[in-house]
Design a protein. Structure first.
Length: 341
């Protein structure tokens, strides 16, 4: 037995490389290199960075513990908070993209902190107007908001109080300053990408998911939340992800109202003056993507079957008939049957 292993104690997956999983157990400071038990390999429930797992006496991951939340892109789990980083300039500020991230996180029930970076590139008078408009839109929705200059450290001291002691990840357009903020908070130099001079957009620099510890905070460095489209959501469910639209949903004459047609006596349309224009435009944009998804499932059909079951805060793989090996008892029965023939 490896005496560096504490058997049946919860561990956190810090990074994954090829078939190796690097975890940290409670009470330990060093990472432990592990492999997966065969039962976990056969299932479709894949281990992700941030997962809580158990290690057996051989040093292999034997169980995946219950998740608080999980994402497919990037492949991370158990986030306490996602910091949505938006650049005020270079790349240009994009409210629709910000709403896309926030709607996606709300769907996955993950809290968000709004960080508006590169405020050093904007003159004070214009910056004050931008701050006022942003706060007017997002503070009523319950979001905490910070303005920073990651390059010079402006605003980052106050920013730390929101993330201390939590497991977090950053998301935002490439070049917005996610890695620069992490560099400021830690001594580890992550690769940072310059903004393209041609299109004023950033370039991805992170290639894999990995937890970086900074004091009492775990930051999951990710390749990004790329290609987010609402091609997994029915149109009727989208308004529930916009609090300011959902608030007037009960005033609609029809229960299946999509809040786009005045003829249907829509409570949302009647109260459009109370909903920020940019938020409603984002809703309409995402609604078109959801409509495409609805048409797809109407024509193709959709049937999903889980490949795992849960019990006592653990997830267990359900092995299909094709993958399930014969038991010794079954093999002996077959052999006896052949002898009797």
């Amino acid at each position: 037995m490896n005496f560096d292993i504490i058997v049946n104690v919860k561990a956190i997956v810090y990074k994954i490389h090829s078939d190796f999983y690097y975890v940290k157990q409670e009470g330990k400071t060093a990472l432990l290199e592990c492999k997966l038990r065969e039962i976990l390999k056969k299932g479709s429930l894949k281990i992700k960075v941030g997962d809580f797992v158990e290690i057996d006496e051989a040093g292999a991951i034997s169980a995946l513990l219950e998740r608080k939340n999980t994402l497919m892109k990037p492949k991370v789990s158990n986030l306490d908070l996602v910091v949505v980083v938006s650049s005020l300039l270079e790349p240009a500020f994009n409210l629709n993209q910000l709403d896309r991230y926030l709607t996606f996180l709300k769907y996955n029930k993950i809290p968000a902190l709004l960080c508006f970076n590169k405020d050093d590139l904007i003159e004070k008078k214009e910056l004050d107007n931008i701050k006022s408009e942003i706060c007017k839109i997002y503070e009523p929705l319950g979001y905490d908001i910070v303005f920073t200059s990651a390059l010079y450290g402006g605003g980052l001291i106050g920013f730390e109080k929101f993330i201390k002691g939590k497991t977090i990840a950053f998301c935002g357009m490439s070049g917005a300053g996610k890695s620069t903020i992490t560099n400021f908070l830690s001594s580890k130099e992550l690769k940072t990408g310059r903004v393209s001079a041609k299109n004023k957009r950033g370039m991805h620099t992170t290639r894999h998911c990995e937890i970086i510890e900074i004091n009492e905070t775990r930051i999951i460095d990710t390749p990004g939340f790329s290609k987010l489209t609402f091609d997994f959501l029915l149109p009727k469910d989208l308004s529930d992800l916009f609090d300011e639209i959902h608030a007037y949903k009960k005033e609609c004459h029809f229960s299946n109202c999509l809040h786009t047609n005045e003829d249907e006596e829509c409570g949302v349309i009647k109260n459009l003056d109370k909903i920020p224009k940019s938020r409603y435009e984002s809703y309409l944009s995402f609604l078109e993507e959801a409509k495409v998804y609805k048409q797809k499932i109407l024509h193709e059909g959709k049937k999903e079957e889980t490949s795992f079951k849960s019990s006592h805060n653990r997830n267990f793989t359900k092995i299909s008939g094709k993958k399930r090996s014969f038991s010794r008892k079954k093999i002996n029965q077959n052999l006896k049957g052949q002898d009797n023939d």
